[in-house]
Ligand binder design. Structure first.
Ligand code: PLP
Length: 430
């Protein structure tokens, strides 16, 4: 598409970043299944390697199919650039990598995807980084946690396992005050429901594995940069503001301005960490993203109806879905995710652990899997699976107590999903 009128979301999710293939006219983005790209001549090769000219060298760094997806997601999020990578967890490391050094920390919400809690509390220690977990509803606690070694604040917009909406504006104000970027994981909300950049986020990360692909076929991740952060305002971010020895002393922020983070993500992040998205994965995600808004509308509509139905069911203790009037976070929906609170929530069953296991085993349409954000409905009993290794106290804190089942509502007929839940609840309590 050419620059011109400002198109709506439904148009951009199909067209942004894509042009008819210049060689063949192919309308759909081809899968450029090529590792390397022929240089025009030695001068062209030198310019590419010096970052004086943008182009394709080797698919660890850039690939034309992946590039279309990068531009598509950046556009939908309202960012200036994006870097795709091999998974959501890779995106988190890629987002932190240019910001952190040994001894630095990230102030992170205590309400995060379970795998992120493990990555932040255990694995990043190997790099000499650390995370300080705080309740992001306690803004004084967030402010108190930020110290001179903090290099980012990290949260999820609609936090896994569902039902919690983060006050992104309030966190962005604290991060701004401290001169550090706010990173928002927008996986569960997607850019259709929530625009973290318009609420003050510097960087947005995604597991494209989930709703953006939407069909449970490939893993992938993405980091979107708002282009708004001044990396040279302090000496905190030398990777952005100081000379890069591997590029003859080039300074990324000075040279690339608002695109500094994106260029660094490709020219240093992908080059050296190698967490690259392959063109097949980009293709599946491009297919999925074309219908994102339609799917999210149905996810939200189904989730509202089903959460409301479950809330009044005799076998149910409570339902945590921010789209319900009963949710303490209901007030934030209008401001943070005006088109709805997503398709993910938890339900607590009377009868505890045993009832949950029977319930999950007896569902027929819903699949018991460690995934979310698929077109098909999914459930998981966290206490007997993903959160098995945690103590009962840790399970409660993570919203994954033994009596809780996480539900990812798909886009099937709501009446069929309700009938399936109803029969499984009856069997669970027999
Ligand atoms: C799945 C998920 C991740 C991790 O993504 P992968 O693609 O599985 O690596 C991170 N954050 C959230 C919110 C997720 O749902």
């Amino acid at each position: 598409m050419t620059d011109g009128p400002t198109y709506g979301f439904d148009t951009l999710q199909i067209h942004a970043g894509a042009r008819p293939d210049p060689a063949t006219g192919a309308r759909q983005t081809p899968i450029y299944q090529s590792t390397a790209y022929v240089f025009r001549d030695a001068e062209h090769a030198a310019a590419l390697f010096n970052l004086q000219e943008v182009g394709y060298i080797y698919s660890r760094l850039t690939n034309p199919t992946v590039a279309v997806l990068q531009e598509r997601i950046a556009t939908l999020e309202g960012g200036v650039g994006a870097v795709c990578c091999s998974s959501g967890h890779a995106a988190q490391i890629m987002a932190l990598f240019p910001l952190m050094q040994p001894g630095c920390n990230v102030v992170a919400s205590s309400r995060l995807y379970g795998g992120t809690v493990t990555q932040f509390s255990q694995t990043i220690k190997r790099f000499g980084w650390s995370a300080k977990f705080v309740d992001t509803d306690d803004l004084d606690a967030v402010k108190a946690a930020v110290d001179e070694n903090t290099r980012a604040v990290f949260c999820e917009s609609v936090a896994n396992p569902g039902g919690y909406i983060t006050d992104i504006e309030a966190l962005a104000a604290i991060a701004d005050g401290a001169g550090v970027p706010l990173i928002v994981d927008n996986t569960s909300a997607t850019p259709y429901l929530c625009n973290p950049i318009s609420l003050g986020a510097t960087l947005v990360v995604h597991s494209t594995t989930k709703y953006l692909t939407g069909n449970g076929t490939v893993t992938g991740g993405c980091i979107v940069d708002s282009g708004k952060f001044d990396w040279s305002a302090s000496d905190k971010f030398p990777s952005m503001s100081q000379p890069e020895p591997a590029y003859h002393g080039l300074k990324f922020h000075e040279t690339f301005g608002p695109l500094a983070f994106t260029f660094h993500g490709i020219a240093v992040g992908l080059r050296d960490l190698g967490m690259t998205m392959n063109p097949q994965a980009a293709h599946y995600t491009l297919m999925g993203i074309e219908t994102l808004s339609l799917r999210m509308e149905r996810h939200v509509q189904n989730a509202k109806e089903i959460a409301g139905w479950l809330e009044t069911h005799d076998s149910v203790d409570y339902v945590t879905y921010a789209g319900l009037e009963s949710s303490p976070y209901h007030d934030r929906v209008e401001r943070i995710c005006p088109k709805g609170a997503g398709g993910l929530f938890t339900v607590a069953l009377k009868g505890g652990y045993e009832a949950c296991v029977k319930f999950v085993e007896n569902l027929e349409i819903f699949s018991h899997v460690a995934n979310l954000g698929d077109a098909r409905s999914l459930v998981i009993h966290s206490a007997s699976t993903t959160h098995r290794q945690l103590t009962p106290e840790q399970q409660e804190a993570a919203g994954a107590g033994p009596n809780v089942v996480r539900i990812s509502i798909g886009i099937e007929n709501a009446a069929d999903l309700i009938a399936d839940l109803d029969q499984a609840l009856k069997k669970a309590h027999r």
